[in-house]
Design a binder for this molecule. Structure first.
Ligand code: NPG
Length: 369
């Protein structure tokens, strides 16, 4: 397919509530939306790099630079037949997986539309609905945390993840466990600990958690392996896994027993599928992480979460958990069994609302063949 046109939009959307992690607080979500045109079709992608380099080194601005100066010029006007062709053209460039993944998502959407298939089917999905949970940011105190979680449970979420950091870990978990003894509960440290101060992580081992996510530094598989040997609870890696090679090495040395797959973090849906396949063969459960996506990225996450190895609930909550007004329609709505429906229309299966997109656009740039 010849890619005739590519447009980028830097957008900013106000979150319904501030989201606090061990690396900071977000009031607004910035990202780059990609629009690809070919054969009369329009494909949509979302690059999930945010405003600050808190989660990864990439930001909305670095993604904008790398996309406009390198990735997009390597694609626009070209005849691209498969996703592998697209990946080949970008192989000369190093890094920047979040930027890469946004472009790849838009191409996957184009290809799935051209084939008349929902993205989930094009990726090999097998589920009609996917199990989901909600990720709760750090709250002012444990009481407010318990209260906030209670509200999400009342809305129908049956799996909760809480963010932790040194000083806000064991007491928070203990309070939540006391209030909700049977809740499916997991924690995420976003690499806020070192092996030396991991005693509070060990103290979490007695709270029947589903998993402990990314306790140590992203480039430290060895210490994760040492820590896993001291825990009954499974360590789940997120930031450490940027490729199928990292996943294989982490599994080989028992640095984790569960993997969080975010297509953005690993450079796109194809690499995400490769990690899924490896984990399925190795009996490592996976689940789909979230980056506070708009309805565009959420549609892609729901599609990949329909693959057979995604057996744990994803951080893919309903649209109203994030934004008052999303840019894509229809919104994702929580089913009573804590699942979301997988879209059934061709491609991503959601429609982007032009007026709303215009209202949240800070900057745009178009490239023609
Ligand atoms: O529901 O999309 C969601 C948020 C899930 O906690 C979540 N994401 O570290 O995984 C993370 C965290 C995150 C959010 C990371 C925003 C980066 C940006």
């Amino acid at each position: 397919m010849k890619i005739d046109f590519i447009e980028l939009r830097h957008i900013r959307m106000r979150l319904v509530a501030p989201f606090e992690t061990s690396f900071g607080v977000e009031l607004d979500r910035d990202c780059v939306i990609l629009i690809l045109r070919g054969e009369g079709l329009t494909g949509w992608g979302e690059c999930v790099a945010g405003m600050s380099p808190g989660y990864s080194y990439e930001t909305t601005m670095t993604a904008w630079h790398v996309l406009t100066d390198f990735f997009v010029p390597a694609i626009v006007g070209s005849e691209i037949v498969t996703v592998e062709d697209l990946r080949d053209r970008l192989r000369v460039f190093k890094g920047h997986p979040l930027a890469r993944a946004g472009l790849e998502m838009a191409f996957w959407d184009l290809l799935a539309q051209a084939a008349g298939k929902p993205l989930a089917t094009a990726l090999g999905g097998v589920r009609k609905t996917v199990p989901v949970g909600v990720s709760v940011g750090i709250q002012k105190d444990a009481e407010l945390l318990v209260d906030t979680i209670g509200q999400f449970i009342d809305q129908g979420y049956d799996r909760i993840k809480i963010k932790i950091k040194p000083g806000r870990d064991v007491d928070d978990v203990q309070a939540v466990r006391r209030a909700f003894p049977d809740l499916k509960l997991q924690v995420d440290a976003n690499s806020a600990y070192t092996i030396e101060d991991a005693t509070s992580i060990e103290a979490l081992d007695d709270y029947d958690l589903l998993l402990i996510e990314q306790p140590l530094a992203e480039d430290d598989l060895i210490d994760h392996s040492r820590l896993q040997a001291r825990l009954k609870t499974a360590i789940c890696l997120d930031e450490s896994i940027l490729s199928v090679r990292h996943a294989r090495q982490a599994v080989e040395i028992d640095a984790c027993r569960i993997i969080n797959i975010k297509p953005g973090r690993v450079g796109g849906l194809s690499e995400a599928m490769a990690i899924h396949n490896l984990c399925l063969e190795s009996n490592i459960p996976v689940w789909c992480g979230g980056m506070l996506e708009t309805g565009i990225g959420r549609a892609s996450n729901v599609a990949i979460a329909s693959l057979p190895g995604f057996t744990l609930p994803g951080d893919i909550s309903a649209s109203d958990r994030y934004y008052v007004e999303d840019i894509a329609d229809p919104p994702f709505v929580l089913n009573p069994d804590s699942t979301l429906d997988v879209p059934t229309k061709p491609g991503l299966g959601v429609e982007v609302l032009g007026d709303r997109l215009d209202r949240v656009t800070l900057r745009r740039e178009a490239f023609r063949a």
